[in-house]
Design a binder for this molecule. Sequence first.
Ligand SMILES: [Zn+2]
Length: 159
Amino acid sequence: MTTRIVVMPLAELVGFVNEWGSLPRALDQRPPSDDSVRTTLADELHPVFAASDPAERARLVTALLDRTRVRPELATHDGVLTEEWTVEDPAEKERAAAALALRHHLAEHPGRIGVCADDQCADVYVDASPAGRRRFCCLTCQNRARAAAFRRRNRAATG
Ligand SMILES: [Zn+2]
């Protein structure tokens, strides 16, 4: 018996890492998670977003795929042939769903993921902006970082 994998939508993947990751929770001053399975996976996914080197990203995603032993299959549903991904171990279902999503996205859009540049936030994001220069997870962080930079400049000018 194998478990069929439904590739995780990217928005769901980002939400998962930000909800359960140790670093996003700590910087957001939320209590540590009590779901160790989800937090373990989120903490495996966060470094993929944090890595600046494409080779490091490739290595991390490949290691995740290896661990799940996800494999391609050809299946039939009511006589119709379909491509499928499956795992033997149902416990690897979420990891495989996330790793496949990252593999696909990074192959199409290398570099278009990241971790928020605000120093009070470690949330991850997928960059869907036309220019591909996104640096913050959300407008709140972008505005906070801009205000902090403005205060620093003012202090430097008057002090
Ligand atoms: Zn942020």
